[in-house]
Design a protein around this ligand. Sequence first.
Ligand code: PLP
Length: 459
Amino acid sequence: MTTAQVGPDRDLVALDQLVAVEEAAFIARLPESARLLAEATTSLAGGVVSNWQMAPPQTVWIDHGLGSRVWDADGHEYVDLHNGFGSMLVGHAHPAVVRAVQERITLGSHFAQPTADVIPVAQALAERFGLPIWRFGNSGTESTMDAIHLMRAVTGRERIIKVEGSYHGHHDAVQWSVYPGVDEMGPVRRPASIRTGPAIPQALAALTVVVPFGDLDALDWALTEHEGEIAGMILEPAMMNIGVIPPPEGYLEGVRDRLHAHGALLAYDEVKTGLTVGPGGMTKRSGITPDIICLAKAMGGGVPCGAIGGTAEVMESITDGTYEQVGTFNGNPLTMAAAKATLTEVLTADAYAHLERLRVRIVEGSEETLVRHGIDGHVSALGAKGCVVFSPDRIRNYRDFLAYDDRWGHAHWLVQHNRGVFLPPWGKCEQWTLSVQHTDDDVDRFLTNLDAFGKMVRQ
Ligand code: PLP
């Protein structure tokens, strides 16, 4: 006797079939990407320049971008919702950024001495995020590394707290329990500190205490268990490497107050959220200002960038040399020219109004599409960022994220890609980023593809 597949099992069978068909179509569309990858493999590790680019079924090579669109090496055009993992909030080749960089490069592009643009950039960030003193670096990894060094230098303590399932870059202090496996991750409310592979010394495990997102009791336990030893906590105020997970009501305030009560500091990792969820990131949206903010990605308008902001008291440790915040390329003139244009000319109040209109269109359209196809999902979105979550339940933390099937995100990513919408690879983990140059037509292409996806899953 055969039993017809029903409910989620029926969907998973359909998804397996869909993934097989769409992966074959994907590879068939991209012969030039395949050729470049093969050639690159002889001189680049894995044929790429960052391991995240090794996304299945095959790395996509890009030729160029303009406005809301990118073109791959095979000549296909896409609505770009990948946007360089959210760095291109300004869209591609924005005229103001192009002009600023072109003007700057003719005047010399690097001196390792400050140029005048560093001042308006720092002032604009202070104004937006409400922390007075800033320094610059070159990546999100540098920003969170500086934040942790700074918390240790200010408090004279060594341990830090991070959230299970959060990614803060690839330095030793934060490469713990980023995507831990089910069999190793430990109790829900007292997670184990699991290193991201053998490159991270096991000897450092005790220095990074892991807690679940959104759980103030668990934070209390961690702080009490390590009383007087915690320098601070690095926290994405809305989690953005496992979809989009907003903080529960009162959480950010509770975290800040608990840390301060134990003599510890709070650093927000706003590398992804900063500028994309609103003009002053989650800091301004929530009204809860941390001691330190880490920025990168979107603040540079597409040029490598990083920044940390802090209270006058915290940043005094840099001024007096307790913490040596240094770097040859810090405040690089090209970066500062692009950041100044981004902050003062492009990301205006009108630009945020436009992003908000697009957010409503993509969220409402996606939710309506899911309902129409009877797919048990929802949309989680904040400002320019958002994702379809193919689960009826709200995702509150890493363990919830693990509980629903990866195939949904991958199949959706493939269907969008093969039909001209470039979402970030690693479908289930990531989210779209709208840019100020996206239009209703761009959103509608995404919705048309989501509708096609619904039909394919439910046919
Ligand atoms: N923090 C968060 C929240 C991130 O998502 C990332 C990168 O994706 C980083 C830090 C590290 O930034 P970068 O890749 O520029 O080093």
